[in-house]
Design a protein. Sequence first.
Length: 114
Amino acid sequence: MDIREVLARNLRKCRQAQHLSQEELAHRAEIDRTYISSIERRVYAASIDVVDRLARELGLEAADLLRKPTRTARAVVATPSATDEGAGTRRMVRSSKDGAKTSTKSRTRKIRAE
């Protein structure tokens, strides 16, 4: 899988997980909707600046959009925090052991408690 395909899959998956249209994400990132469509279809290679803007608007790091999927790893998707009523985001991660979703914040608490 080449880097364009990795970016295309991750961008589409994260955008759809947050129920964002290409138009809404483009507006937030201040780029054209057709450019997002072209990235998702692997027509254009996005600059690192565009990858960074898209990632920030999705509540992710640029590296998250460029990370190749592994067999044991699951997708990292930023979702609105229940306590912030959509004002902030919290990363939700699936554990490769049991498939349960936990926030990175609760994982940090568990690790510190051990």
